[in-house]
Design a protein around this ligand. Structure first.
Ligand code: HEC
Length: 450
């Protein structure tokens, strides 16, 4: 099935990243908040600890707003953006995992209902009933993470799914558990970092220090779990993915740098958490804010790396990020990409679209913008039409390498972060001409100067 193409000046990937990172940070707050609040409220009831109970109560409204309002809205926002930017992949994931999505929906519903009931019933129901509500919330929120992680992991490491097409092979994939470990740690760290502000509002100095210490310890624990989860996650990746960002000469240097920076940020967050645990009286707004930003940065950095190393796939070993399936390379080389991507020639703001531009829209615009992120005008600036045609031929031949690798052979594609070019010779030449034409004015100037 083919879908209309919507180009964004900033690049569809960046748009998804902006919406997704907001959602991811908030949803991890919501999950971690549930766990931490449930544990702390239980401790407060058991020990009749008034300041602890007040802390939980102060934090409860924010939890409600974050999970039911912001989490829900930004979650819908993700569906909108991925539906527009990657319609084919969205459809494929819905079809493969329809019951997982349904389960996720049910847990989210339980999450919203229990959050509302919990916040509304302070002092109105028995402590036991109130505890039951927050534990139900924590359970539902955590299980929604457990479900989503199956699908996110599948997109990068489909495991045995390629040969069995079994739901559970795809869902319980090689990075499933490591991802859950990392995310659980990140959830705890974020929740503790955010609740630190609620602790600072405690008037009594001794109580304030005690609460800050507890939260600092939870934050440090969360960050340690996250670091361990990340390392285990990296080990669970196939070698071909590890080569992209690990080792001496990573293929995607920017992602390797991003990883290093994220680990530094993690270290800063962990040191702050340990500092507050050891010397809780030092806890203050600036420190709490720095710890919060750093914890969110760890999560954002992980998501960036995870999304980045999936290139050139949107669903690994199945669908390239331009919607082309591994199984249809030969057909499309014979019949042409435009036999499938009929929308690529249409709807470009009412303007006439040449064949070359249409091929670009169909095959390249999921990653390259014209002048923004991975801007093609700049990237192709040294290419004349002949050179571009040669490049595209090499890129088309790379398809054989992708197929061999998916069949389990130890083959390295020449362009490990780009899908193979597909299309007829006519389409290839049209795209080559279009790429060369992008810098034609400059070329003409040079010619004039001669
Ligand atoms: C999966 C995303 C993705 C898709 C789809 C994609 N590219 Fe790329 N392309 C990249 C990345 C990433 C780079 C590396 C950029 C860098 O090194 O800074 C790149 C680099 C390039 C380069 C420079 C090559 C080199 O050897 O340095 C050219 C030219 C290019 N792309 C053209 C295209 C064309 C034409 C298409 C469509 C047929 C396309 N790309 C599709 C991601 C993609």
């Amino acid at each position: 099935m083919d879908y209309p193409i919507r180009e964004f000046a900033m690049g569809g990937g960046i748009l998804i990243a902006v919406v997704a990172i907001l959602h991811v940070v908030v949803s991890h707050f919501a999950v971690g908040g549930g766990l931490v609040l449930a544990v702390l409220e239980t401790a407060a009831v058991r020990r009749d600890d008034r300041p602890m109970r007040d802390l939980v109560k102060r934090a409860s409204k924010i939890l409600l707003l974050l999970s039911t309002v912001f989490g829900a809205i930004s979650g819908v926002g993700i569906w909108f953006t991925i539906g527009v930017v990657h319609p084919a992949a969205t459809s494929s994931l819905i079809h493969t995992f329809v019951w997982a999505w349904a389960t996720e929906w049910a847990f989210f519903l339980l999450e919203v209902v229990t959050a509302l009931a919990w916040v509304a019933t302070w002092e109105k129901v028995s402590p036991r009933t109130h505890l039951l509500l927050i534990w139900l919330y924590a359970f539902a929120a955590f299980l929604s993470l457990v479900v989503i992680q199956g699908i996110l992991g599948f997109m990068l490491t489909p495991g045995a799914f390629a040969s069995t097409a079994s739901f559970f092979d795809g869902f319980l994939n090689p990075t499933y558990l490591p991802g859950i470990l990392f995310r659980t740690g990140a959830c705890l760290a974020l929740a503790a970092a955010w609740m630190a502000f609620a602790a600072l509002r405690e008037r009594d100095r001794a109580a304030r220090a005690r609460l800050s210490r507890v939260l600092g310890a939870i934050g440090a624990l969360g960050l340690a779990v996250a670091a361990a989860g990340w390392i285990v996650w990296e080990r669970a990746l196939p070698g071909s993915v590890q080569h992209l960002f690990l080792g001496e000469k990573p293929l995607l240097a920017a992602l390797a740098t991003g990883r290093t920076h994220t680990f530094r940020v993690l270290l800063v967050a962990a040191l702050l958490a340990l500092l507050v645990t050891a010397l809780p009286r030092l806890q203050s707004w600036p420190i709490a804010l720095l710890a919060l930003v750093a914890s969110a940065g760890v999560l954002a950095g992980y998501e960036r790396v995870r999304e980045g190393v999936r290139k050139p796939w949107v669903i690994a070993e199945q669908m390239f990020s331009n919607g082309v399936l591994l199984t249809e390379l030969d057909t499309l080389n014979e019949k042409g990409i435009l036999s499938k991507a009929v929308w690529a020639t249409k709807e470009a703001g009412g303007r006439e679209v040449t064949m070359g531009e249409a091929v670009f829209r169909a095959e390249c615009s999921s990653c390259h913008t014209r002048d923004g992120y991975l801007g093609i005008r700049k990237i192709a600036s040294a290419m004349d039409a002949d050179f571009a045609a040669m490049f595209l031929t090499a890129l088309r031949d790379d398809g054989a390498n992708w197929k061999a690798r998916a069949a389990g052979q130890d083959v390295k594609p020449d362009y490990p972060f780009m899908p193979p070019f597909v299309g007829t010779d006519e389409e290839r030449n049209a795209l080559a001409g279009w790429l060369a034409s992008l810098n034609a004015p400059q070329a003409a100037e040079v010619a004039g100067a001669r």
